[in-house]
Design a protein. Structure first.
Lengths: 495, 305
């Protein structure tokens, strides 16, 4: 770099006159870039002349921590042979197991669907040929049954033709034809094959038959019980970079609990929080859901995680990583769209078609039944904290310990949510003091996101969240700052 | 900017917004009433001279009201507030002091001194005076604590720098040193004037960057963090300045009556002459480590002797 003439340094020194130092509050606001432009210019003018205040600003800078950002692109250092070797082994196990399960589902699904459809085919035809308008609800169907004799239909025909179900059967056929979302087979940074993301779980509307609802509610209750009975897993803080997260197969850092199966169960009404389910229970659910024609990919116990972490985790190559979450999120969004992008169609049953709200107390709430009932969502509890045991040794600086302790305290402190934005199962919630949380499974698991730009952390209250799609988002703070992200919170820019 | 009298616009907006801000700040659980919070808001708003209602509204929305309430509750001696404050900030305070002082005992002393000031060991008119009462919520409380620590450290260092012990002077052999000769003055005052004129025409940010880089010996990364920009931005700015300053000074000298050759020679000659002066003037504020190094170096010959 070319040097300035020495006379410049001398004249700068001569011109240094230290008068009217800004107070510590103004200097702090200057450091945190929260001064209005006019005041900032005044402070800069002073700093151009006052070496003491420049020293204060420099000394008061926060420690630059690489782990403040939630997600960071993984750089090349992870493609070392030891990691690759074990990663490949783990990936191979996952792939083989997944293929086996997929094969089982593919072979079992057509029979199940066919067997389910076969007895009803004749009824469907008859129902379609009915000239009477089909009632939309079972209650209306019951009324229809009562009216049937008056319309000249035999009682037996009415009873064997559940008219409201005709539409569900049409939809069932439509879903049965759907291909499961493509799995991202690209290796992660450590060489492991992609873990199954919850976005690959084809959550979607299930026929809202009474029997299914009962099964679903029972399963959800069992899941909740299974969740409670599991050892509480201190899920790591999202501040830990994902590369460290992937290093730990049994202690998934970002989102998943320590329980082996971490598939977010489809949450139905009655279960406030979607959470990890045991593998046994999951198999039951899969059986139930297979009957309904949903295609689900099973998460393997080892190395599987709740997808939100993997969706954030980046492989070593930046371009694939840039694509990875998008494709998965796109798939999830596509599934959500196919299944009904407006919530009224997908009522009741699919987590990603949940409705979101914030009550007067600033608590985040979710409704899975079109707003008929609302449940509080414990974002902070579900987001979890970093425990020292789970953090890689390299991160255990004293600052990280303080951060971890602070995050533990945050669990107790109440976050006042002020904004929520949802795209299917991709949900963002933000509130006081810059608290921002993200869920990719409609509130089953949450990750805290700390927007950072050039060392500046967003700490103001978030008053507005706009995510046109799962990737591109915009935050407005109480101090009129605008923060945007083009990649689902991995990088941020402050405007 | 500050005004001792209450600003009517600030008062009106504070009354209008106190309910919302009081709830947002969680004042109830730390014992801050709405009335006292309104007084705090008026004081802070008046201090920073919000002149219109819109300005006051924007100003209040930008405040860290929860931390402001906590700090003022601590200053008032609320135990619940102190518990929260100690839980959140005690360890961070020590870590920040350690980062500033770079040495454990100095860091502890620095942090303990500040803690005493925050708690309020001094009294005025029978009332305990806490430093937390001066926090206004313009920046984060954690950032403010770091700034206060840094100010205390800078004040201490500059104060002790002036008090040089006789032992150190004796070891350095400067106890009976002859007074320094007068610094060499520039051979052409027109050069100094031209340089002053050019520097005055630069934006404050550019001058701040130049001062931080050339006078404080800050790195590009440090300066970038101070200004909240990327390091490459500072590098580009300095490079651009270096290229343009020379041209501008020469142009100013030419405008002052010199020929181009004379102007360039004046710049070159002055560079060579002033190099010694700049080093001497910069050497007036050596880094702390220099003292200990010199002490060690001075002792070794005595041991060997």
């Amino acid at each position: 770099m070319e040097k300035v003439p020495k006379i410049v340094g001398e004249r700068l020194k001569v011109a240094a006159v230290a008068v009217d130092h800004p107070d510590s509050n103004v200097l702090t606001a200057f450091s945190e870039h929260s001064l209005p432009e006019r005041e900032r210019s005044d402070v800069l003018e002073h700093l151009a002349r006052c070496g003491e205040c420049r020293d204060v600003i420099a000394l008061a800078l926060p420690t630059e921590e690489p782990a403040i950002t939630v997600v960071r692109p993984v750089r090349g250092g992870w493609l070392t042979w030891p990691q690759l070797r074990w990663g490949l082994v783990a990936a191979g196990v996952i792939v083989v197991g997944s293929l086996g399960v997929l094969h089982y589902r593919v072979t079992s699904r057509p029979e199940t669907v066919a067997s389910y459809d076969a007895p009803r085919a004749q009824d469907i035809e008859k129902a379609k040929n009915q000239t009477e308008p089909l009632p939309a609800t079972p209650a209306a169907a019951a009324n229809e049954e009562k009216k049937a004799p008056q319309n000249g239909l035999l009682d037996s025909e009415v009873k064997s033709k559940p008219a409201p179900e005709a539409r569900e059967f049409d939809r069932l056929e439509q879903f049965a034809k759907l291909q499961p979302p493509a799995r991202d087979e690209r290796p992660d940074a450590d060489g492991s094959r992609s873990r199954l993301r919850p976005q690959t779980l084809a959550h979607g509307p299930k026929p809202p038959t009474q029997q299914w609802q009962q099964n679903a509610i029972a399963n959800a209750n069992n899941n909740a019980y299974a969740l409670q009975s599991q050892t509480p897993a201190p899920v790591s803080a999202p501040a830990v970079p994902s590369e460290f997260a992937r290093k730990q197969s049994s202690n998934q850092v970002v989102v998943s609990a320590q329980a082996p199966a971490t598939a977010p169960a489809p949450v139905t009404a009655g279960s406030a929080i979607g959470g990890p389910i045991s593998s046994d229970k999951r198999s039951q659910d899969l059986d139930t859901l297979a009957v309904n024609g949903r295609s689900l990919t099973v998460l393997q116990p080892s190395g599987a995680n709740a997808g939100a972490e993997v969706a954030r985790a980046k492989p070593a190559e930046a371009p694939p990583s840039a694509n990875a979450p998008k494709s998965q999120l796109t798939d999830a969004y596509a599934v959500s769209t196919i299944n009904g992008s407006n919530f009224s169609q997908t009522a009741a049953l699919a987590p990603e078609s949940a409705r979101w709200s914030i009550n007067a107390m600033g608590s985040l709430q979710r409704s899975l039944d079109q707003g008929k009932s609302w449940q509080d969502v414990d974002v902070i509890g579900a987001a979890g904290i970093t425990s020292g045991a789970n953090m890689p040794m390299a991160m255990k600086s004293s600052r990280e310990k303080a951060l971890a302790k602070d995050k533990a305290e945050m669990k107790q402190a109440r976050v006042v949510f002020r904004a929520v934005s949802a795209n299917g199962s991709d949900v963002w919630a933000g509130g006081s003091s810059g608290h921002l949380y993200h869920s990719t499974d409609a509130g089953g698991h949450w990750v805290q996101v700390v927007p950072t730009w050039s060392g500046v952390v967003l700490t103001d209250d978030i008053v507005s969240l706009q995510f046109a799609d799962p990737l591109q988002g915009r935050i407005v703070t109480s101090s009129s700052e605008i923060w945007t992200t083009p990649d689902a919170g991995q990088t941020w820019q402050k405007h | 900017m500050s005004s001792s009298k209450s600003n009517p616009a600030v008062q009106a907006v504070a009354s209008e917004m106190v309910t919302e801000l009081h709830a947002k700040a969680g004042c109830e659980r730390i014992g801050v009433t709405r009335e006292s919070f309104s007084v705090i808001l008026c004081e802070v708003g008046t201090k920073y001279g919000a002149s219109s209602e819109d300005e006051a509204r924007t100003f209040f929305l930008s405040l860290r009201v929860d931390e402001l309430a906590l700090a003022r509750a601590c200053a008032a001696g609320e135990n619940a507030a102190w518990e929260i404050f100690l839980t959140r900030y005690r360890e961070k305070l020590y870590l920040s002091a350690l980062r500033i002082a770079r040495e454990d005992s100095a860091a502890r002393e620095l942090a303990d001194t500040l803690y005493a000031d925050l708690y309020g060991t001094t009294t005025r008119e029978g009332q305990r005076v806490s430093k937390l009462a001066s926090y206004t919520g313009r920046g984060s409380l954690e950032g403010w604590l770091r700034t206060v620590l840094a100010q205390e450290y800078v004040n201490r260092y500059r104060r002790t720098k002036r008090l040089v012990s006789l032992d150190e002077e004796s070891e350095e052999g400067v106890q009976f040193r002859a007074p320094d000769p007068q610094p060499v003055t520039p051979s052409d005052s027109r050069l100094a004037r031209a340089t002053d004129e050019v520097l005055a025409g630069l934006p404050a940010e550019y001058r701040m960057v130049l001062s931080a880089y050339y006078l404080d010996d800050r790195t590009l990364a440090e300066i970038a963090r101070m200004l909240g920009v990327h390091e490459s931005t500072i590098s580009r700015k300095l490079d651009k300045l270096a290229k343009s300053l020379r041209k501008q000074i020469v142009a100013a000298l030419i405008k002052g009556g010199m020929s181009r050759r004379q102007a360039e020679e004046a710049l070159e000659v002055d560079v060579r002459d002033l190099q010694v002066d700049i080093r001497r003037s910069l050497a007036q504020e050596p880094p702390p480590s220099a003292f200990s190094e010199k002490r060690v170096e001075a002792r070794v010959p005595e041991g060997e002797g």
